[in-house]
Design a protein around this ligand. Sequence first.
Ligand code: ADP
Ligand code: ZN
Length: 663
Amino acid sequence: MAECPEVAVDINRLRHGQVFHYLASAAEPEPRLGMRVLVPFGSKTVQGWVVGYSAPPEGIALRSILSVVGQEPDFNPELLSLARWMAGYYLHPLSEMLKLIAPPPKPLLSRKRAPSEGMSTAGNHGRLLLSDEQATALKEIDVALRAGAGGEFLLHGITGSGKTEVYLRSAMTALALGRQALYLVPEIALTPQAGAWFRSALGDQVAIWHSRLARGEKYEIWEGIRQGRLGVLIGPRSAVFAPFKNLGLIIIDEEQDSSYKQQESPYYHAGQVAAQRALYNRAVLLMGSATPSLESYTVARSGQYRLLRLTRRPRGRQLPRVTIVDLKTERRAQFSLLSQSLSGKIAQRLQHQEQVILLLNRRGYSPIVFCPLCGHVLKCERCSVSLVYHRNTGDLRCHYCNFRRSLPSSCPGCGADRSLRFLGTGIQRVEHSLKRLYPEARIQRLDFDTTRRKGDFDRILTSFGGRQIDILLGTQMVAKGHDFPGVTLVGVLNADLALGLPDYRSTERTYQLLAQVAGRAGRGRAPGEVVVQTYWPDHYSIRAACFGSYVSFYQEEIKNRALAGYPPFGELIRVRVSGAKEQQVIDRSTELAEDLAGLLTGQEAQLLGPAPAPVLRLKDQFRWQLMIKGKSGVLKDKISDVIQRFQKNTSVIISIEVDPYGF
Ligand code: ADP
Ligand code: ZN
């Protein structure tokens, strides 16, 4: 039989790459590749996309496409093949991946391009005299760009070593060669400077992409990229799907950042997607970080990525001096988390009108509210986690599902009046102590709760940059990418918060967070200082972060990964079973585990679980999980088949996450 259109129909429960053949409609012109169509499916009409043409299998009666939507394809061949790769790699229905990549809808009214907000064009970026290390790195990238055959680079540069300048110059070269550049950042709001630097050097061929843009603006940018009018796109992970006409360079700043991983379905990692696009386009992939992920550094050491190093800060600026404070021996710190030595240093810096950043990665006032008389702990009604007290609003909140209730005046367990006590210290509690300790200081908290509205984040950072704030106290939000020359002291109130989490990346996360926040100090003329408070002063991740040695951290941590068979030594696939009835969830996960175990016998992969997820109940859903560890890549299709068959006959929900994050 002749070739017919293959349609990825928009039905969620399909096997990951599954497509259906249809006949072209007699009434319509033959749909072109990548076009959206309406097709009959069962008794319904559903949308789908033409993703190829092939001869259908013998002996089935084909139905016809009902209509073709729009005049132009939604996807070019590159994006179609990207979607197919993603469906296969992440074991997810093709139509879901296509919807992720699909262009923003065309607005009904065409409007002028809005001027970009808040972009200063000051600065001499792109014209600085490069340091030797910057020049050496750039030369290699330049050669690869000019050769036009792609290439993968890992730029390992300490904080403040001038990586942005290397990104900028590489983008300038790509543009000069008539190619486009994509510059991925962990979160657009965290890099207010990057856009301005690029704009000041390259003008309005630079577009900034983020989720808060109006629809019309999104459409305009996508069109500009597609037609080649725009040369550089800066954005967070979703920018990786832009329909470039001639992509020559992809930069991934802070490549280790977990925000590149979409942590909800459809799961994907923008770095992996970017690598696919770079290959297809023969584009140069430039990943940069002060604290590369273990995965990337391992690849770089093997020589598969070219490793480029920046080991010094320009203009002779020094890395800050670090002091470790052992919280076990600091009695005062146990309540307010402000050790004597740290509070003394804060006072000193305030006196000199210098600025301070304090980090405590824990929202709210107190993470546990309990009754000392009966031991009752206040928990979320829908999740198996304790409620966090928020002082400013006077209520208790679930940080997983946002459930709220007011603080009861008597204990719900034993009824005792006013018996509830706060255990542990959150960032609001520290804020409270700081205000008492330094009544003159201008103190600002930067966390999820103070940045709920659009523009909050930028406003806080701008006033900190303008020196209208003396102490910026924040969660991990204060750690990333900022360049504030007035900051001479950084204090980490409790370095250990992440260390105990049941996640094989928790040590790496701790290291990265500390190294990043320490890098905020001493970027100006005055030298910087960092105080790290910990109950675990000898832990290798804390020592390595404090004394600036990535390699020593890497060598220690990679041994642990090897021992446990975790990435980069083995792949991980997480299968999660969830449902409203716990027993049903347990039974189904046990059955699914048996089916999967059968598949894995004799393979270099092993099945772990079933076990309850670390947060067992979330929004009234019980969750159990299985983990497939080892060489699972070659078995993916079979794993997906088993799960697909299983899912058909059960009411529990099964989700698959390849290379999972967060446990
Ligand atoms: P990183 O991204 O590596 O942490 P940045 O790119 O933010 O570092 O650079 C840190 C500071 O150094 C910035 O203020 C930047 O303007 C400055 N800088 C970068 N390169 C040079 C250079 N060649 N000469 C002088 N200053 C530089
Ligand atoms: Zn909850």
